[in-house]
Design a protein around this ligand. Structure first.
Ligand code: SAH
Ligand code: SF4
Ligand code: F3S
Length: 454
């Protein structure tokens, strides 16, 4: 492929460029960094815009129906762009949506200008697929149904110099009845502890201060390793790595959350005071139908334990309204948990029917108007409580990891507290990547305005 690229460079008098659009979760974003790594390794350069790129890659998500609609909208625009520019732009689609055969069939039929389609299991093949595109006719489609393989040491181009996601496991075995992720990401596979720690050490040497450990259910990390390792054990080792000052993780499933994990968190300041604990529903009946393996009481018990061990912790959640069969009483239970758990923020979703999942075949799908009405009520409550919760550190001086220039006011920079809350304050872009003390002088709903302390 390198030789082919050189030829293209010679013909155009410049380097070939790529643009990646990331449409999914943190794991999807991490895959995009790996794809960028592979492309950079073989000689591409990143393009600042889609319009000027020679290769446009859409890394798709399919968790909810509207994610798919978005892609088809994007593709329509790309077709026009390709026509307008009259040049040889290559278009590749990858990620979770490509693991669905019906979607790929639709793309093949309706979007014949797409060059390459591949899935979540073979991103390491990108260079080969690009080569095939040059040497074969028609759309190149290479989607694997699953894999046991974990490919280590893929190159990666980091979006930020000071923070980085680290995969600790792939796939998911939970089969929550509404969710398509286990079908498109395959079975749960944990990376070896030593491989993960080595990656974090290398990142630390490279100046990374914050790592986010990634998995669909980090609490079940290591159960299938030989010998088994727990997530808490992994964390305890990770905090020892010099240079790493903050460790976050995503996502936790309440069913596997251990006391050992809460202790490991509480015993190290390096582990950020933020816990994302998806609730999905507060009704025991619905939780059972969702195949979540916990009850409302158990959920609230975990919340109690987390708050007791770390009073300064911020809790966030995901919740679905309108799961098949959800009654007004079921929904009230969700509102009740929100009132009791007092989340800093919550992602609320209207249930989306995903073909092939058990919930899609359930009776009593909830009418759209009912879903919308419940969604609005839930959102209102979540925002009310979020506003009350997020101002609780007002007046304190707390460490902030500075992440970016403030795009509304360039004399300011923006960063995050350990508990993930955003803080904006007057400061120099030179601070980006460092952790500095900031006094929280005013609370503006979901963020603070602060003052840098000398
Ligand atoms: N592994 C994570 C979540 C991955 S998907 C976990 O278990 O928490 C992110 C969120 O999308 C889920 O928490 C859920 O709230 C939402 N989601 C998943 N499938 C959905 C569906 N079919 N309809 C609506 N929301 C869904
Ligand atoms: Fe989906 Fe459940 Fe797995 Fe999360 S734990 S990815 S919601 S099946
Ligand atoms: Fe979407 Fe795939 Fe993540 S379906 S939420 S990008 S694992």
């Amino acid at each position: 492929m390198q030789a082919l690229l050189k030829k293209k460079e010679a013909a155009s008098g410049r380097k070939q460029t790529f643009y990646i659009e990331t449409l999914g979760c943190q794991m999807n974003a991490k895959d995009s960094e790996k794809l960028a790594g592979i492309l950079t390794d073989i000689g591409y350069e990143e393009s600042p815009s889609e319009e000027s790129a020679d290769l446009v890659l859409y890394n798709t998500c399919t968790v909810r129906e509207n994610a798919n609609q978005k892609i088809y909208g994007h593709l329509g625009q790309l077709k026009k762009l390709k026509k307008k520019l009259h040049r040889d732009m290559e278009i590749a689609l990858c990620g979770c949506m490509m693991q669905e055969p019906d979607e790929v069939a639709y793309i093949r039929q309706k979007f014949d200008f797409v060059d390459i389609v591949f899935g979540t299991h073979n991103i390491f093949k990108l260079a080969e697929l690009l080569y095939r595109r040059e040497t074969e006719d028609g759309m190149i489609i290479d989607v694997w149904e699953g894999t046991d393989e974990i490919v280590e040491d893929l190159p990666s181009v980091r979006k930020y110099s000071f923070k980085c996601g680290v995969n600790i496991m792939y796939g998911c075995n939970n089969f929550c009845s509404y969710c398509i992720v286990p079908y498109v990401r395959g079975r749960e596979r944990s990376r070896e502890k030593e491989d993960i720690l080595q990656e974090i050490r290398t990142l630390a040497e490279d100046g990374v201060k914050e790592v986010m450990l990634l998995g669909q259910n980090v609490n079940s990390y290591g159960k299938t390793l030989e010998p088994p390792v727990s997530f808490a054990e992994l964390l305890k080792e990770a905090v020892k790595i010099e240079g790493i000052e903050r460790i976050r993780f995503m996502t936790s499933h309440p069913k596997d959350l251990s006391d050992e994990l809460i202790e490991a968190m509480a015993s190290s300041d390096k582990i950020c005071r933020h816990f994302h604990l998806p609730l999905q529903s507060g009704s025991d009946r619905i939780l059972k139908a969702m195949n979540r393996h916990y009850t409302k009481d158990r959920y609230l018990e975990i919340v109690g334990k987390l708050r007791e061990a770390m009073p300064d912790i911020s809790l966030t959640t995901d919740s679905i309204v309108g799961f098949p069969g959800e009654t007004e009483e079921d929904f009230e239970e969700t509102l009740d948990v929100v009132r009791k758990a007092r989340f800093d923020s919550a992602f609320t979703f209207i249930y989306s029917k995903r073909t092939g999942t058990p919930a899609a075949a359930m009776e009593d799908q909830v009418p759209e108007e009912v879903c919308k009405e419940r969604f609005d009520r839930l959102l209102k409550l979540v925002q009310e409580i979020g506003r009350e919760m997020s101002g609780r550190d007002l007046g304190k001086v707390l460490p902030v990891l500075v992440e970016d220039i403030n795009h509304q006011d360039e004399s300011m920079v923006s960063g995050r507290l350990s508990n993930n809350t955003l803080v904006h304050f007057k400061g120099d872009p030179g601070l980006i990547g460092s952790i500095v003390p900031v006094k929280l002088v005013s609370s503006r709903g979901f963020y603070y305005i602060g003052e840098l302390q000398a």
